[in-house]
Ligand binder design. Sequence first.
Ligand code: MG
Length: 266
Amino acid sequence: MKGRSRVTKSIVYLLVVAIGLGVSCAAEEVIKYDVHDITRDRPRVMTAPRRLGQPPADAIVLFDGTDLSEWVSDENGGGPARWKVENGYMEVVKETGDIRTKKAFGNCQLHIEWATPRKVSPKETGQKRGNSGVFFMGKYELQVLDSYENETYADGQAGSIYGQYPPLVNASRKPGQWQSYDVSFLHPIFGKSGKCIRPARITVFHNGVVVQNNVEIKGATAHKVKAKYSPHDDKLPLSLQDHNNPMRFRNIWIRELPEQPYLIKD
Ligand code: MG
């Protein structure tokens, strides 16, 4: 019993110190359960997909190849999305604008497949070739680009967090071939003063290869602008970019993920 009371005292001491250091969430997470604590909640059971890339049982399907019912235009006050749907994919119609999801998302896992145009005109180089983007919360762009033997700046090629982090490797397939992104994303958290107290984080697999490994996003992505945060809601729509190239997308699904309190330093 003496041992147990010493442990309890140590935990209380740790808590006081931890709170004093402003890492209460982290401390709580670490000491709430003992090792192999039998009272700890078991993870819920979920039916896994039969094949990698298929939506798991709890996924929200954003596009199954049939219609754009989960999407609206990001322009003109959110009217109908004007991209075309055929042969199981959606395709950007030039100058119809970005599209965004009707639902809002924060922490999430996303699967999306995309293809750049098979025909490459010699005039289309760098950022003009197969450009689009997946904007988490409409603000943080995971670049989509034809980066197969196509030179551009490193933090603007496929798999980059635009203007911030180049991909770890270039895992691009040839123009016209289907490619995939699998992403886990944590939304930024803002304190009462509006200051960002937990930057957004992102991990990206491009065609099954890790290209972003839990990086901290520095703020909203933009062209030739240093990224910075402005406070916003914990959930916002996801958007896809119209960059004037007939990019194709298919098999898009998303899963909402819980918060990870030990990553918040308040
Ligand atoms: Mg783009």
